[in-house]
Ligand binder design. Structure first.
Ligand code: OAD
Length: 255
């Protein structure tokens, strides 16, 4: 059975040379990384105010540092799943392709995707809040070992924090501007594994749709975006995306 249903969807995908994709935590669920909302979501067990905000870090930097170290360890033990690999494949077959992600896990890059726009930063890096120095995993671990209170500080004395966007913080300007341009200029926008609950990332599919793009959603459940999607491919990303990409190749006469 085809996952690209309808004549219009087929016609548009056959011709589309500019595709933008937005991914959320759902795409990494089949790699074993929990999503945020829903019954097994991280925010059911942990408090975003305590663990994912500047105020939380200010109150208890050791706890926040440990939480990100714990999550980084889990993420480093996972692998890209067939959905990540299918997106790397899709990038190779269209002229212009942008992969915008809210995920901090770097699984898209590990799957081979090249043009990845990280809207919420990434968990592999940390930076000094005073001088801005960036620490990769090894550098960070080396500094971390030196502080018994589990609150690593930079040589300049500044606190070192994960390179992720916390609640209440703006998105990295350049990344959002690039994502915005991709959304308003693309022919097809595909939203995968995101609830569409967190703005401004969740605005991107809307900007795309209102600027004439065909909006596709891939998600096993309804989201805040489902009602505006032109096509909802209902299913788990790891199961339906590989088939979706194969079908796009066939439509384009590549198979
Ligand atoms: P959510 O937890 O809000 O939503 C996950 C979405 O993935 C839901 O719509 C699920 O139905 C869907 N899903 C679950 N399993 C899936 C699968 N196998 N294939 C496809 N979809 C699946 O996560 P996000 O939308 O990513 O921000 O959350 C957005 C932001 O909220 C995150 O980046 C994070 C969080 O707070 C920050 O930390 C700044």
């Amino acid at each position: 059975m085809s996952v690209i249903e309808g004549k219009k969807a087929k016609e548009i995908l056959k011709k589309a040379e500019f595709i933008a994709v937005l991914t959320g935590s759902g795409i990494s669920a089949e790699s074993g990384i929990p999503t945020f909302r829903g019954n097994d979501g991280l925010w059911k067990k942990f408090s975003p105010e305590e663990l994912s905000s500047f105020e939380g870090f200010y109150r208890n930097p050791a706890m926040v540092t440990e939480w990100y170290r714990y999550r980084r360890k889990i993420i480093l033990g996972t692998k890209p799943n067939p959905a990540h690999l299918a997106l790397a494949d899709l990038e190779r077959i269209v002229a212009e392709f942008y992969l915008i992600t809210q995920n901090i896990d770097r699984l898209h890059q590990r799957a081979g995707s090249k043009k990845v726009i990280e809207l919420h930063g990434n968990i592999m890096e940390n930076y000094c809040m005073k001088c801005g120095k960036v620490f990769d995993i090894e550098e960070f671990d080396c500094v971390y070992e030196k502080f018994e209170d589990h609150v690593p500080r930079c040589e300049c004395g500044g606190y070192i924090r994960p390179n992720v966007v916390w609640f209440g913080e703006p998105l990295p300007e350049e990344a959002f501007s690039e994502a915005y341009k991709a959304a308003v200029n693309c022919e097809v926008f595909i939203s995968i594994g995101t609830s569409g609950a967190v703005r401004p990332a969740a605005d991107l599919p809307r900007y795309a749709k209102y600027n004439g793009a065909y909006l596709i959603e891939i998600n096993p459940e309804r989201s805040y975006l489902t009602d505006i999607a032109d096509l909802w491919v209902k299913g788990k990303a790891g199961e339906v995306l590989p088939q979706f990409v194969e079908e796009v190749k066939k439509l384009k006469g590549m198979k």
